[in-house]
Design a protein around this ligand. Structure first.
Ligand SMILES: [Cu+2]
Length: 263
């Protein structure tokens, strides 16, 4: 029995390693400037915990065989080794804290630093179960909004058209376009419950919280069509909350924006 159990544990360990190392089901290609540093951090963490996992499971199997029942066991009395306890607690803490500090650098650069000056501003307002995307229009200023003007048919963010700055604002539903190679500053809001703005190829995921305007920034360096998923269970139709992100060359983006403005 001891042998069989050890072999099963080793087989599961091997299968797990093959699944991860073979990358049969992996992330989509990163398209943002910061994406590779997130992927590097992920691989570093995965490699270190992978080694710890394999060592722990290999040792577990070994002990199961080494100390299996032979019918001649005798009870033994012993006390834990304080030196060993201190050693492995310290090693685990050092590895864990180092990884946390390294990861924090990447995260803080994105989430704690202000968006670079000149970044294109886009407001994303989540609601059950769509993404409302707003651009400030030619004046570069978001116009005033009032909650009592919100109307899901033709004014989803409640633009107040008595404010001249609001008249040229461009609002789309589930369709977001951004220019490639330019800093983008997204102001994230929610009208009802907590949602989460997630574009996997951007390596960017951020909760949208009612009552808060959360600022994130990123730069896409590859063009293409991508999906905006909601990564926070937000209601019965959460799975249908799906937007589209087009990363376009600057002239095409300008044309896209002009076309939206004329609608
Ligand atoms: Cu949602």
């Amino acid at each position: 029995m001891g042998f069989a159990l050890a072999l099963i544990i080793w087989a599961i360990t091997l299968a797990t390693v093959v699944l991860f190392a073979g990358r049969f089901w992996w992330f989509p290609e990163a398209i943002s400037e910061h994406g590779p540093s997130i992927d590097r951090q992920f691989m570093l963490t995965l490699t270190i915990i992978g080694i710890a996992f394999v060592l722990a499971q290999a040792t577990l199997g070994f002990f199961i065989i080494r100390y299996r029942r032979r019918g001649e066991e005798r009870a033994s009395y012993w006390h834990e080794s304080r030196r060993l306890e201190i050693l492995w607690t310290t090693v685990t803490a050092v590895v864990f804290l180092s990884l946390a500090v390294l990861g924090q650098r990447v995260w803080a650069k994105l989430h704690l630093n202000a968006p670079p000056p000149g970044a294109l501003q886009v407001e994303v307002t989540a609601q059950q179960f769509v993404w409302n995307i707003r651009y400030p229009g030619p004046d570069g200023k978001f116009g005033r909004t009032r909650t009592e003007l919100i109307n899901d048919v033709d004014n989803p963010v409640g633009l107040d058209f008595t404010d001249p700055a609001a008249r040229d604002d461009i609002v789309t539903v589930n369709q977001m376009a951004i220019p490639v190679n330019r800093d983008i500053h997204v102001i994230l809001r929610s009208k009802d419950v907590i949602h989460s703005f997630w574009v996997p190829p951007l390596r960017m995921k951020q909760d949208a919280v009612p009552g808060l305007a959360i600022n994130i920034h990123f730069k896409a360096v590859k063009t293409g069509q991508f999906e905006i998923a909601c990564a926070e269970l937000c209601g019965l139709s959460h799975h249908r909350m799906r937007g589209f992100l087009s990363v376009l060359p600057e002239p095409e983006f300008e044309a896209w924006l002009r076309q939206r403005a004329s609608q």
